[in-house]
Design a protein around this ligand. Structure first.
Ligand code: DAH
Length: 339
């Protein structure tokens, strides 16, 4: 039995020396020190030994057990430490590596212009209203004083989506919708996409307008001019001069167009303004009494002023964009310039 004890000692040392992982360590621990392990087995065999030998042998086995436990405890530390180091090595991060950069987007030039115009009018107490992009004939034409078969319909080549439905050709139908939902005094802006059958360097089948409408008592073309001049100076710069030219729109009487001094040559004459020094920027007028009536407002009591701005044109003028298609190509090289 004494021999067996010595053998077990050597066996334990050999096993501990050879193992390097946690898993193998716990397997060995169970094999030698477990309930049915080899040292417990020795203790059981003690019964077979002679009475005289039993105390010495018992002491030897107990010593073996204490020794083995301390050997295993030492090895456990060593193995755990080695595993930890291996994990550190595996999970090492190179914090000097360049990180993945995320590009931040930018607002579209049209959105810039839209926000800018809304910002200017907000200061004057205007609210924003948005109407549908598919309109019925009544809102897009008839209520705006453009009856069926009237030649004024030819001014705006229309996309039809049904017998009575069109892709709105202008944001002016928003005027009718606002008048039906609000009582004067009214001060609103109606921004939105509009659609017409036209396509060249300065026209796109889809473009953007901003409608403005004020309804109150005693408004005249002078009020309109005041608003338009203020808008032009804010949108371009304080040096900008403005002038009204008589024009025609079925929904306003009188109707005007606003010219501003050219933002490139400041009135001296250049290619952009075709040497006139002036650039046309928007249409407007005093709301036609029939339009007020169609909006449910008494033209004997109230009057209105209205304006319509092509936002794409303003963006092209302000940012020097030569072709309207550039606005809708979604080319990042252009969009990046508007961060
Ligand atoms: N709706 C017109 C167009 O698309 C623009 C316009 C002109 C709107 C005069 C107005 C206005 O409100 O008063 O050409």
């Amino acid at each position: 039995m004494k021999e067996n004890i010595e053998k077990l000692k050597t066996e334990i040392l050999e096993r501990l020396g050879a193992l390097s992982t946690n898993k193998l360590f716990y397997e060995a621990q169970k094999e030698f020190l477990g309930k049915s392990g080899k040292i417990t087995a020795l203790l059981r065999e003690l019964g077979k030994a002679s009475k005289e030998d039993r105390p010495t042998l018992g002491k030897l086995i107990n010593e073996l057990k204490v020794w083995a436990e301390s050997q295993f405890a030492l090895k456990e530390k060593e193995v755990n430490q080695a595993e930890l180091l291996a994990r550190y090595e595996n999970e090492k991060l190179d914090i000097t590596m360049p990180s993945e950069t995320k590009e931040v987007g930018s607002l579209h030039p049209i959105t810039h212009i839209k926000n800018e115009i809304i910002g200017i009018f907000e200061g004057l107490g205007f609210e924003v209203f948005e109407g549908p992009e598919i309109e019925d004939d009544f809102h897009n034409f008839s209520a705006l004083n453009v009856p069926k078969d009237h030649p004024a319909r030819d001014m705006q080549d229309t996309f039809f989506v049904g017998e009575d439905l069109v892709l709105r050709t202008q944001t002016s139908p928003g005027q009718i919708r606002v008048m039906h939902s609000k009582q004067p005094p009214i001060k609103v802006l109606v921004p939105g996409r509009v659609f017409r059958v036209e396509d060249d360097a300065t026209h796109s089948p889809m473009f953007h307008q901003m409608e403005g409408l004020v309804v109150d008592k005693g408004l005249t073309v002078r009020d309109l001019y005041g608003v338009l001049d203020y808008l032009a100076k804010k949108l371009f710069d304080d040096e900008t001069k403005t002038r009204l030219r008589p024009s025609f729109f079925p929904f306003t009487e009188p109707s005007v167009e606003l010219d501003v001094t050219c933002c490139v040559c400041h009135g001296k004459g250049c290619k952009l303004c075709k040497n006139t020094g002036w650039i046309e920027v928007l249409g407007g007028g005093v709301v036609h009494p029939t339009v007020l009536k169609n909006g449910g407002i008494d033209p004997e009591v109230y009057s209105g002023i209205a304006l319509g701005i092509g936002m794409d044109r303003i963006a092209m003028l302000k940012y020097g964009i030569p072709n309207i298609k550039l606005l809708f190509d979604n080319d990042k090289r252009l969009l990046k310039q508007f961060k």
